[in-house]
Ligand binder design. Structure first.
Ligand code: B12
Length: 413
């Protein structure tokens, strides 16, 4: 058997914050739960998330026939709390994981280097090259089930994997290999009686402990959903325009992680000794926490950008601004749809002229949500603009949205 510790050390060298090992046995329990959730419609809205996918993602040997071990990896995206950004207008919120660079672009190359190293290492140590398959998020793998069984963390009731060091503020990735490695034990930790996250979710997406209804999750509604956001859910989204962190932010384990790893003081000095040492089970390697630079807030993206200027983004400006960011996933029309909803929820009438402009956007999706936002914000100017737009609008769905928006006005516009 290979020296497992050497493999783990190399993961740290590559910049992963935590690493554990599990076997390549099937994830039978996870498969049963996933299939049951699909059949109850809890995964609806993600057409690629099928029962057949679970047959592969829960069977590592379907991904690599001789699979023996899975190296489960975590990389934290906790970074400094952002300072105030310039500007006075209403602001939107972006989930923390998207403040910086796209994690797929950061983690994939490191996994590739890991696999290359593993091949070389096994050639010299065992005389034959290891085979390895790499996964981060988009691959057909159950990232969280792997992390749980490997003891990298435990399932929180909000369904995220929690760790002692970083709470759930970390990305998961894995390498499936045919090399036998000594497996770690699952952790005994759990959420106890705490159910804060279940009650904090504004849309009630956490229907039971450890159970998420995808169709209600703000993360799904603002990132993955391609079409219109259901009318009844729009007011509940608040000012989130990409993803959502509410169930993570309220989690006591996350609060402890934030305080302990935190963040630098005003002189730019790290305030706390990281728990990295604990996670590595080594007392010699005391180190201070250095946030990954790649996940620091990008000025062009921000964490709470001003909303009104976003409505003026052209396709090209959108592509340029979000080129390296996970936000590119929504495409311009998805982001502007979300911006309209956030402006409608802001109660800020300053947004009315920009929303009237958006009633003439090239995208029907944006026009429809701008109409809804004007209905929320009310006022004569908004009312008249909606009436005028109805005369020229040709898309039947948008016409419907405008009718609904007009119906939101009372007698005294
Ligand atoms: C689809 C998906 C989504 C969907 C969610 C659909 C869903 N219900 O999972 C949407 C788009 C909404 C989403 C949102 C988010 N996602 Co996402 N997503 C995924 C993806 C691609 C698949 C997840 C999956 O398989 N879900 C199926 C369900 C059934 O699995 P599950 O929720 O893990 O269910 C398990 C538990 O319920 C457990 N269980 C069931 N009953 C019980 C009972 C007990 C007692 C216990 C202990 C456990 C338990 O068993 C189930 C099966 O293993 C993974 C990447 C991957 N390839 O795995 C990322 C992933 C899960 N997402 C991630 C992130 C960061 C997020 C967001 C935080 C992003 C954001 N800020 O907006 C939110 C979090 C929302 C939430 N509370 O889960 C990370 C999570 C990292 C972590 N620390 O856990 C992942 C792993 C991506 C990555 N590689 O880093 N996501």
């Amino acid at each position: 058997m290979l020296e497992t510790q050497v493999v783990k050390e190399y993961a740290y060298e590559l910049g992963f914050d935590t690493v554990r090992i599990t076997t390549a046995e099937a994830f039978t329990e996870a498969k049963g739960i996933i299939k049951e959730r699909i059949s109850r419609g809890l995964m609806d809205g993600l057409p690629w998330y099928t029962s057949e996918r679970a047959d592969v993602s829960c069977h590592p040997d379907a991904l690599l026939p001789e699979a023996q071990s899975i190296i489960s990896l975590g990389m934290t995206y906790l970074t400094e709390q952002p300072g105030n950004e310039e500007g006075e207008g209403p602001r939107g919120r972006i989930a923390r994981y998207a403040w910086g660079d796209d994690y797929h672009d950061i983690i994939k190359p490191r996994l590739q280097r890991f696999a290359e190293w593993l091949r070389e290492y096994t050639r010299s140590e065992l005389g034959s090259e290891a085979e390895a398959r790499l996964f981060v998020d988009t691959g057909r793998m159950v990232d969280r089930a792997v992390a749980q069984r490997a003891g990298l963390g435990w399932y929180g009731k909000n369904t995220n994997i929690l760790t002692h060091g970083w709470g759930s503020w970390l990305f998961l990735a894995e390498i499936v290999t045919n090399v036998p490695l000594e497996p770690d034990e699952p952790l005994k930790a759990n959420c106890g009686h705490c159910e804060i996250c279940l009650h904090a979710c504004p849309t009630g997406a956490l229907t039971n402990p450890y159970e998420l209804d995808n169709r209600l999750c703000i993360s799904f509604l603002t990132i993955e959903l391609r079409g219109s956001i259901p009318l009844e859910l729009r007011p509940l989204i608040g000012n989130y325009i990409f993803g959502c962190d509410i169930c993570q932010e309220v989690c006591p384990v996350n609060k402890v992680a934030e305080r302990r790893l935190g963040l630098r003081d005003q002189q730019g000095q790290p305030q706390f000794v990281a728990l990295e040492a604990v996670n590595r089970r080594s007392t010699e390697r005391q180190a201070t926490f250095q946030p990954h630079q790649e996940f620091l807030k990008r000025p062009a993206v921000g964490s709470e950008p001003e909303l009104i200027p976003l409505l003026a983004l052209s396709e090209e400006e959108f592509r340029e601004r979000f080129r390296h960011s996970p936000i590119k996933r929504t495409k311009r029309r998805g982001l502007l749809r979300n911006v309209c909803v956030a402006l409608g929820n802001s109660g800020n009438r300053e947004a009315v002229p920009a929303l009237i402009g958006a009633l003439h956007d090239q995208e029907a999706l944006v026009r429809g949500h701008a109409a809804w936002a004007l209905g929320r914000l009310q006022g004569l100017e908004a009312y008249q603009a909606l009436q005028a737009a109805l005369m020229s609008e040709e898309d039947t769905e948008v016409q419907q949205e405008i009718h609904c928006a007009i119906a939101m006005f009372g007698e005294d516009k």
